[in-house]
Structure formats: structure tokens, C-alpha cells
Design a binder for this molecule. Structure first.
Ligand code: SF4
Length: 373
């Protein structure tokens, strides 16, 4: 149903101030996909760009947010396909409800060089259960952090006098005059979303290159993520940092929204994924997401090197990337730390050794991967 709702959107154009790195054809394919077309011929490129009324990214995101929120009634946002009614409080595997919370929103400089400084917005809760998670507490707990949608009720204070008092706060002005008594409307409390957007805008003004939405896993809070995008400036470069375990439905809702997908490929086989993150059918799902993301946005793939998992995980990941996504940017991260529940697994009880790091580099060279820092 959601698919037809999306395909039925009229004249869907993604925002035009798209970041560099997108080709015309990719852009046109994206537009055509949003409009329900299967393929774009060469002549269709111009048609896709010229014969549709432009729709800003914020408008598109707002429309999608409504669809995504409705989808919570039968949640299939990730590949667990719980089918629970989150609007009615039914918990799925991620335990997320209908409301999103934010456990961190700040400027960051520890991500990929071409993306930083970034203003990172981390939504609480995740659909995976990686025992080595570096932010295990809030990442696993959808009730951690601050709600995104605190009611922005004005606080009222009355005083004597006839003056008409205007109070300004949170970007909105309030005035009041009742029976000759000045009513001062105190600066209203900003909603979580308003505060967040102000912070993001300030970060952009201060030189942030990108806005990054992450988790936990942001896919489980797709309605909130889209609402955030809808409130951001249309020309901000947006990064979707994901575990690549989203469903086809989630991908359709994300089509045309983010400039860059920064996606994890953590495990090279399903047995390790099941043992360390309690997720079945991992490899197929991640591959599907990466292939899609590469078609629909700029893609960067992350792999965290883990002790004892160079041959079973990194080797097959590298081999597949070389074969199916040649030239894709790959960040091979070597900063593993035995955080959270990592020590439940003997091989994850210590940082990665120099020998293993060197072996991982050899594999990257062997497959001629396009490594980025
Ligand atoms: S987001 Fe995934 S894990 Fe959470 S309820 Fe929906 S399908 Fe289940």
C-alpha cells in the first residue's frame, strides 16, 4: 500500500540544489523513480528534469513523513518486518514507539574527512543488537534522550498596566491585551525539533559541511527523520548514516531525500551477524541496501575491523564490494574498542592487533578498493 502511495505522488522532484557528485542521469533516474517510472531513456533525462514542476526537498520530506508515520501502524520499516502497530504502543524488536528521541546533537569531526565538520543528530534506539556497540545504552534504548516533539506551549505571566506587551521567543511573537491588563506571554518553550533545527542552522553558519542523521538506527524513526529534513534548509548537504538493514519500504520513503548514504557493512557472513548482532539474513539485506543506495545517492561504505573477524568478515565484504560496487568509497575503520557487551565474546575482548590490521590492508590492496579516511 505504501508503495502505491509513494508512486502516486504527483510530479515528484527532489531538491535541485543537490550536492556535487550527482550526475544528471542519476538525478533524472531518481526523479523518474519518484514519479513511478521504471527506466529513464536518454531523451527522458531532459523530460524528467524539465517537465515536472520542481518540488523542494522539504516539501517532499514533509509528504513522506506523513506516509511514514501512517506506516507505523503496521511497521515494516526494517527487515525484521515485525508488523506491529507502533502507533498503538505495540513493541517490535527495536522497542521503539511512535515518538522519536534524540540522545545526541552536536558538531562532530570524527567521521569521513569529506563529510566533516558535520552536525550529527543521533536518534535513540536500534533494530540491531551488536554486542560491540560503542553507544550501546542510548543506541539500544529508544527511550533515552530528549523527545523531538515536546509541546511548544507558551508560558503566560500576567501583570498590571495598559501596555500591550510583545514577547518574542523561539522565532514567534506573542502579544496579549485583556481588559486593560497587559498580558505578557513569556518566550515560549521551543519544541525539541525547533531547538534542533536552530542548532543545525547555527552549525551550518559556523562552517559545518553536512548534517548527518544517525542512531542507534535512524530507519526505525523514519517519520521523525523526515520531519527533521523537512525543517532543514533545502541546500544543506544531508548524510544518512545507517546500518543498511532497512526494508524496501523504507528505501522508497528515503528516495531523493539524502545526498549521501554512509552505510555499514559489518559482517561478511550470516553466522557472525547472528552471533554478534542477533540479526538473521544479514548479508542479503545489506547487499540489497548498498546496491540501491549506490543507484540513488552517493554511497560510502564503512567496515569496522574486528579482532578475529578479518578473514570471516572483512575478506568477503571486500571481495563483494570489489565485484559489485567497484570504485565505491570504503572506510576501513581500525579503531575497534571492546565496548558495551563485547567481552561476552572472547575474540572481541581486546583491541585489534597490528598483524590483523596489516592483513586487512593487504586484502584492501588485493581488491583495489577505493579506501577513504
Ligand atoms: S523498525 Fe524494524 S524492529 Fe522496529 S518495529 Fe519496525 S520492523 Fe520491527
Amino acid at each position: 500500500m505504501i508503495r502505491s502511495m509513494i508512486s502516486g505522488l504527483p510530479d515528484v522532484n527532489a531538491f535541485k540544489g543537490i550536492a556535487s557528485g550527482f550526475g544528471l542521469r542519476r538525478e533524472a533516474k531518481r526523479h523518474a523513480a519518484l514519479a513511478g517510472a521504471d527506466e529513464v531513456s536518454k531523451s527522458g533525462v531532459a523530460a524528467a528534469l524539465c517537465h515536472r514542476s520542481p518540488k523542494s526537498r522539504s516539501v517532499l520530506a514533509r509528504e513522506r513523513a506523513r506516509i511514514a508515520r501512517a506506516a507505523l501502524a503496521d511497521c515494516h520499516l526494517c527487515e525484521h518486518h515485525c508488523g506491529v502497530n507502533r502507533l498503538a504502543g505495540e513493541p517490535g524488536l527495536c522497542h521503539a514507539g511512535a515518538e522519536a528521541r534524540i540522545f545526541m546533537a552536536q558538531a562532530e569531526v570524527s567521521d569521513e574527512l569529506e563529510l566533516i565538520p558535520t552536525f550529527a543528530i543521533a536518534l535513540s534506539g536500534c533494530d540491531l543488537r551488536c554486542d560491540f556497540c560503542i553507544t550501546g545504552g542510548p543506541s539500544w534504548n529508544p527511550r533515552a534522550g530528549e523527545p523531538l516533539s515536546v509541546a511548544a506551549a507558551p508560558r503566560r505571566r500576567e501583570g498590571g498596566g495598559d501596555a500591550l506587551v510583545a514577547a518574542r521567543g523561539g522565532g514567534a511573537a506573542f502579544t496579549g491585551l485583556r481588559r486593560g491588563v497587559a498580558t505578557t506571554l513569556q518566550p515560549r518553550r521551543l519544541s525539541g525539533l525547533e531547538r534542533l533545527i536552530r542548532q543545525a542552522e547555527q552549525a551550518l553558519a559556523d562552517g559545518a559541511r553536512t548534517i548527518m542523521i544517525l542512531g542507534g538506527e535512524p530507519t526505525i524513526h523514519l517519520p521523525a527523520a523526515l520531519e527533521i529534513v523537512a525543517a532543514l534548509p533545502d541546500d544543506a548537504k544531508l548524510v544518512w548514516k545507517t546500518n543498511a538493514h532497512g526494508s524496501a519500504q523504507a528505501r522508497e520513503l528515503l528516495d531523493g531525500i539524502f545526498d549521501v548514504w554512509l552505510a555499514d557493512f559489518k559482517f561478511g557472513n550470516d553466522a557472525c551477524a547472528q552471533r554478534l548482532a542477533k540479526v538473521p539474513d544479514y548479508v542479503r539485506v545489506v547487499r540489497e541496501n548498498l546496491l540501491w543506495a549506490n543507484e540513488h545517492s552517493e554511497l560510502m561504505v564503512r567496515h569496522l575491523l574486528m579482532p578475529g573477524h578479518v578473514e570471516c568478515c572483512w575478506q568477503p565484504v571486500a571481495e563483494w564490494l570489489a565485484a559489485e560496487l567497484p570504485g565505491v568509497k570504503v572506510n576501513l575503520r581500525s579503531g575497534f574498542w571492546p565496548a558495551w557487551h563485547a567481552r561476552r565474546h572472547k575474540e572481541l575482548s581486546s583491541p585489534i592487533s597490528r598483524d590483523e590490521t596489516e592483513r586487512a590492508d593487504e586484502i584492501a590492496w588485493k581488491y583495489k578498493l577505493n579506501l577513504v579516511a
